[in-house]
Design a protein around this ligand. Sequence first.
Ligand code: GZL
Length: 329
Amino acid sequence: MKKKLIALAAVGALIAGLAGCSSAPATSGGDAPAAKDLKDLVVGFAQVGAESGWRTANTKDIQDSFKEAGIELKFSDAQQKQENQIKAIRSYIQQKVDYIAFSPVVETGWDAVLNEAKAAGIPVILTDRAVDSKDESLYKTFLGSDFVAEGKKAGEWAKTEFADADSVKVVQLEGTTGAAPAIDRAEGFADVIKGDKKFDIVASQTGDFTRAGGRQVMEALLKSQPHIDLVYSHNDDMGLGAIEAIEAAGLTPGKDIKIITVDAVHDGMQALADGKINFIVECSPLLGKQLIDVIKTLNEGGTVEKRIVTEETTFTQEQAAEALPDRKY
Ligand code: GZL
């Protein structure tokens, strides 16, 4: 009889244990839920758009990284409209995805939707661009470049290049108004040149990070400005558009008007190697692997740094010619 009672107790314990595993997620000791199999994870990504070569490379790298990791990716393209990104994030919340990642098209206006994600218990990861929210609990980390440092690198090159000049008339092609890279690249460049009176930013206008935008702004500035020595463009694509405008005006880009851009995507690097751009500050779009690493760490109950800065360099015309054959994008 006693043996029977012990056996029944064991079976009862076994059934109770199985019921516990299959219903509420088992805890891993603390509050964090136990790690899910990667194949069971679903991540929603709200991309800015497809405005530039950088964005195209960024999207491809993210999609390839998720495919390689075997993690399901729901992806949306906001055509550079904040309301579309907010709609996409709300849709991911309704679908109860495990994580939300996005590149905020502009810095402001995110607290409401990020609080909705927080209330739903869905961790948010910022990639590429930052938000200006004071509440850092609204996202797990911001993974991306230091745009102020990028602007400073551009300014330092300009100071060296024009060391012997008495006057340098600069036009600045700004990225999307309100976007972190546009704000910070302008700040970094201004910080470096502000002490040097020869530099005069005679015009600064947004080309919205697109080649067409850069061409249109440059066409207008070539008509309105009596003299331009340097174009500082917040990305390659606007710089390539400016080249088209400069050549259409009968001038030689890289010589009559020097050009600095940011990104170092293939077409920019080719123009640099061809002598039409003078200096490029790299901004790496290859964030996919780091994003996967963040998700894996969080999935296993780990913690990540609030700020993960991507490594990047700069290129001269000689360095571009050498680097081009091995570039991934
Ligand atoms: C920078 C990224 C910027 C690129 C542009 O991290 O957000 O947006 O510099 C892109 O080319 O459009």
